[in-house]
Design a protein around this ligand. Structure first.
Ligand SMILES: C[S@@+](CC[C@H](N)C(=O)[O-])C[C@H]1O[C@@H](n2cnc3c(N)ncnc32)[C@H](O)[C@@H]1O
Length: 201
């Protein structure tokens, strides 16, 4: 992947680093094309929400960082999907916020870096992501939808995820290496399953 984004997106350095590469977000959106509405919890500067909005009717995107939400709105304009996304500055663990969100599919994408280390050092448990993926998953399932996709680091395995139920893990590979993974928790997935998705450099 030569270029992370096809447009000159606006992002602070950390958000740029943590954001999902555009081609991968586009691929994820295609995998979820049976859904018409989505919520993205932890959107940063909006990259995944933007790709979802390209194929869905409505997307809600939440991040606790006010500046990132401002930049996400500008980025949505760059991709001409600003009218399809509602951006909210808020805490994704806030029950009162989640209760008022409605969507058919939820994408959860917390920060996986180990606090106080290089961004490239990743946590190994659901509770250590920021915020906790275990809590995000429980609240999303309770208040929004049971159809959930989570973006997870390489360090996570089926064992790491077992408390959340069966899922399909998709290894996202480029340059011959798995860079991160998606875990899909959709109604039709009854057993653990695994697939690879490779990009050319
Ligand atoms: C990995 S980035 C998200 C990348 C984005 N989903 C994308 O597709 O490019 C994680 C984001 O989680 C946000 N975040 C961390 N804790 C949060 C919380 N409690 N509520 C809302 N957002 C939070 C951070 O501000 C950061 O922007």
């Amino acid at each position: 992947m030569k270029q992370k984004f096809s447009k000159n997106i606006i992002a602070d350095e950390d958000a740029y680093y943590m954001s999902c590469p555009e081609k991968v977000a586009e691929h994820l959106a295609k995998q979820l094309s049976q859904f018409k509405t989505a919520v993205e919890l932890c959107t940063a500067v909006g990259i995944t929400a933007i790709q979802l909005a390209k194929i869905m009717e409505k997307v809600i995107a939440v991040d606790k960082d006010d500046t990132r939400i401002v930049n996400a709105k500008k980025n949505a304009k760059l991709y001409a999907v600003e009218n399809k996304i509602e951006f909210i500055a808020g805490n994704v663990l806030d029950k009162n916020l989640l209760k008022n969100l409605s969507a058919e599919i939820a994408v959860l994408d917390p920060d996986w870096s180990v606090t106080g280390t290089e961004k490239s050092v990743h946590v190994t448990t659901l509770d250590d992501t920021q915020p906790s993926l275990r809590k995000m998953f429980e609240l999303t399932k309770k208040y929004i939808t049971p159809n959930i996709v989570i973006r997870i680091p390489n360090t996570f395995t089926f064992e790491t995820l077992s408390v959340l139920g069966p899922c399909k893990i998709e290894n996202i590979i480029w340059g011959g290496k798995t860079k991160f993974k998606f875990a899909y928790y959709l109604n039709n997935i009854k057993n653990n399953d695994e697939a690879n998705f490779s990009f050319d450099l």
